[in-house]
Design a binder for this molecule. Structure first.
Ligand code: HGY
Ligand code: MN
Ligand code: MN
Length: 413
């Protein structure tokens, strides 16, 4: 049934085509924001948008937007989309599915001669993942008018700031404010995304309706000790920051497990100077801590921070922390959830509600407009990995539910 609304073959072909941009030798995709790979991806998506009959433009934050006019061009826009930047060595569905399904929905409407009261815009947001600058969602924050100016000074591993990277990409950071949408100009934001977890697979369902999006904090730990000879320094005399970091990371796992709902991850760690036969001088790592309930997450943080200082004292090292980003959890709006529920019923999919452990651009848009998400089943729940996979049927089912959801939201009152 879903395939009558959208052209599944076209969606799938575009997904696979876009998945070749930024592909690494091992099969993973790396498309970091403001890089040539991301530019190539946006150029390909812009071509798809033009094929779909959309008017295409990029805003001052580099968000790529394709617009289908409404019968009332002044009416608030229904925004659909996701992102095309990736994590390091990621998969081909995280982000692109939402952008390409959005394009497929409006292209199908245009081909069917479907008119909507509200204009519809498909957006590929700039830098959702935050992989390059360790600060994400630049594009959606700019659209919501909440991008902190100091963030423009955050640098990547090569010392290039966000502002400089924007300039190198032909954008003017001083005009970022022009990307901000005025309250009342966006009717709703709906994002189709892979679930990136196992819930839909265990429920045996292709699609689900998201109830809320977990909040996350990224905290950089710096552990400073004393660089010394690995062979000549007795264990009892060491001030070893690596051993201290290992103990702190074990505490993170222990305290996150304790609540049963919190997730704590250390995916990035750097050692200085990094010689095999040198007790490190300094170790830096970043904690990604999440929970659907802020108070639970913050309690875990307090405990981890306190225990880290005890370890620092015991080992005579210095532990300092720096908060890189702090996103609150947000609830999806009833209006969007109800539209997605009606769409599922219309298409014969049992409505199924689930929370999102992953963060998404909707978190940033929630202050601007009602937001909602539709999930597509992930195989083995894997994501942020070359093994990320969803079947064509499930992607087409998700696009059909998105079509119906958007159609309801874009009709006039
Ligand atoms: O980290 C996340 O949850 C998302 O993939 N940016
Ligand atoms: Mn992601
Ligand atoms: Mn994503």
């Amino acid at each position: 049934m879903g395939s009558k609304l959208v052209q599944g073959e076209r969606l799938w072909r575009r997904l696979m085509e876009l998945g070749e941009v930024g592909k690494q030798p091992g099969g993973g995709i790396t498309r970091l924001s403001f890089t040539t790979e991301e530019r190539r991806a946006k150029d390909l998506v812009a071509a798809y948008m033009r094929e779909a009959g959309l008017s295409v433009y990029e805003d001052a934050a580099g968000n790529l937007i394709g617009r289908k006019e409404g019968t009332n061009p002044e009416a608030p826009v229904v925004l659909i989309g996701s992102h095309v930047d990736s994590v390091y060595n990621g998969g081909c569905f995280d982000g692109p599915l939402g952008v390409l399904a959005g394009i497929e929905v409006v292209q199908a409407m245009n081909e069917q001669g479907v008119k909507t009261h509200h204009p519809i815009e498909v957006v590929a947001f700039t830098d959702e993942e935050g992989a390059r600058f360790r600060f994400g969602m630049i594009g959606s924050r700019a659209m919501a008018g909440t991008l902190p100016s100091e963030a423009l000074n955050y640098c990547d591993a090569n010392g290039i700031s966000i502002a400089e990277a924007m300039r190198q990409a032909g954008l003017d950071p001083h005009r970022l404010h022009e990307a901000a949408r005025k309250p009342g100009t966006v009717k709703a934001y709906v994002e189709l995304h892979i679930e990136q977890g196992r819930v839909l697979e265990e429920a045996g369902l292709p699609v689900g309706i998201v109830t809320g999006i977990a909040g996350l904090v990224w905290v950089k730990f710096t552990v400073e000790g004393k660089a010394e000879h690995a062979g000549a320094t007795p264990m009892s005399l060491r001030r070893d920051p690596m051993a201290a970091a290992a103990q702190i990371i074990a505490v993170i796992e222990e305290e996150a497990r304790r609540t049963g709902t919190t997730v704590g991850t250390v995916g990035q760690l750097h050692v200085f100077p990094g010689g095999i036969n040198i007790i490190p001088e300094r170790v830096e790592f970043v904690l990604d801590l999440r929970d659907l309930q802020t108070e639970v997450r913050d309690q875990v943080w307090q405990t981890v921070a306190a225990r880290a200082q005890v370890i620092a004292k015991e080992r005579n090292v210095r532990v300092t922390t720096e908060w890189l980003q702090d996103m609150p959890p947000v609830l999806c709006s009833d209006e969007v959830k109800h539209a997605a529920e009606a769409a599922c019923k219309q298409l014969g999919y049992p409505p199924f509600w689930l929370p999102s452990g992953a963060a998404h651009d909707g978190v940033q848009l929630a202050p601007l407009c009602p937001i909602g998400m539709i999930f597509v089943r992930s195989q083995d729940g894997v994501s942020h990995s070359p093994a990320e996979w969803s079947t064509k049927d499930d992607c087409v089912a998700g696009a059909a539910v998105l079509y119906h959801t958007v159609w309801q939201l874009a009709q006039g009152q």
